[in-house]
Ligand binder design. Structure first.
Ligand SMILES: [Zn+2]
Ligand SMILES: [Zn+2]
Length: 375
């Protein structure tokens, strides 16, 4: 009992010291959960001029707001398929109008974030996150496409649901451009990374991949480019758009050469480093015919934070690609279901949740005490 008394006394004392002076800050913390507001600017402070980092100035804008530069954000929404038909550049204003609000709602729906129609903290944070350059606009009438009224979120296809029309099983060849590479990565590491990424997909569908010489005849052609590179989709420098690939049977697979690509985060220490294997696995999904999924855990979700690995296919990815190509006879969906369930509800997950609950309770107590202590 005495121990409990001392614990709460210590908690009260600690919180008072921490929060009484900056009461205004404590209120802001309570109201906006600022810790979750701008992870991008805080986390990547060494790349504060990275693409889209200045979108924080639109925080909390809603219908009727007029913020200088809002037209830039409208261009972002147009580019990724949320504002259509694409307004002419000269017609884009800095006013947050009803049409733009609908685009924000569509974006929030697609990205699986709370639908508010405003540029709230979660939405701005999602917008600033590095992502794939492929538009989120789904195919219409292709089946499996996202629809705003759909209750369940899942995988999607490109317009017309294109796929590689070879017999089954089939082999697709891939090749690396010998000239358009990144000098700081060992070519052997890059090839091994892509081999693993391709093997994830070939494990679930009756399609295999084989590396060949780069002579233009390969089905899939992989290259690193900086800026404009002739396909009308220029890259934008550090973070922002990371890569893009085209739907079947185009086969073009481009990565932004301005990124700090990593094949091993133990060796690559840059805060802006991007996991090559995760991005490669995602872009191969496009090459095969998947567009962006609204399932956050899926490999085909459009964004990926720096220093994050997300290369394991999830059930959503597998179901999407198997609907196009059928299943690899050696693959068992049940084993993936089991492993996904155990990772969602297993011991480690539960321990994490309990630890989080305890931390959340502590912080809630701290904020409440700080607010009570304010005059
Ligand atoms: Zn993508
Ligand atoms: Zn390109």
């Amino acid at each position: 009992m005495r121990a409990l008394f001392f614990f709460f006394f210590f908690l009260w004392f600690f919180c008072s010291v921490l929060f009484i002076r900056p009461c205004v800050h404590a209120r802001i913390l309570a109201e906006y959960s600022l810790a979750a507001v701008q992870p991008a600017t805080v986390e990547y402070d060494d790349v504060s001029n990275a693409t889209w980092q200045d979108f924080t100035r639109f925080l909390d804008a809603g219908v009727g707001a007029h913020v200088v530069g809002m037209s830039e954000l409208k261009r972002y929404f147009s580019r990724f398929g949320y504002l259509s038909p694409l307004p002419a550049a000269e017609n884009l204003t800095d006013v947050f109008d009803g049409n733009f609000e609908s685009a924000v709602v569509r974006y929030q729906n697609k990205l699986g974030i709370p639908v508010t129609g405003k540029l709230d903290a979660g939405t701005i944070s999602a917008i600033m996150a590095p992502r794939c350059g492929v538009s989120d606009e789904d195919g219409h009438g292709g089946g499996g496409g996202y629809h705003s009224l759909r209750a369940t979120r899942h995988y999607a296809y490109f317009y017309g649901r294109p796929r590689w029309g070879r017999g089954s099983p089939s082999t697709l060849t891939y090749a690396f451009s010998p000239n358009n590479t990144v000098s700081y990565l060992d070519p052997g590491d890059v090839r091994a990374t892509f081999r693993r990424a391709f093997s994830r997909w070939s494990a679930v569908i009756p399609v295999s991949f084989e590396e060949v010489e780069y002579n233009g005849a390969a089905d899939i052609r992989i290259a690193f480019y900086r800026g404009a590179h002739g396909d009308g989709e220029p890259f934008d420098g550090v973070l922002g758009v990371l890569a893009h690939a085209f739907s079947p049977e185009n086969g073009m697979f481009h990565l932004d050469g301005a990124e700090r690509w990593s094949v091993d985060f133990r060796k690559e220490k840059s805060k802006a480093a991007v996991d090559l294997e995760s991005v490669a696995t995602h872009e191969i999904g496009h090459i095969l015919g998947l567009s962006h999924s609204s399932v956050k855990e899926a490999v085909m979700y459009p964004s990926l934070s720096p220093r994050t690995t997300k290369a394991e296919l999830r059930i959503d990815d597998v179901e999407g690609v198997q609907a196009l190509y059928g299943s690899n006879p050696n693959f068992k969906l049940s084993s993936l279901l089991e492993s996904e369930n155990s990772s969602n509800h297993g011991g480690a997950g539960l321990r994490g949740i309990r630890r989080f609950s305890a931390a959340a309770a502590m912080w809630t107590a701290a904020v409440v005490l700080a607010l009570l202590s304010c005059p």
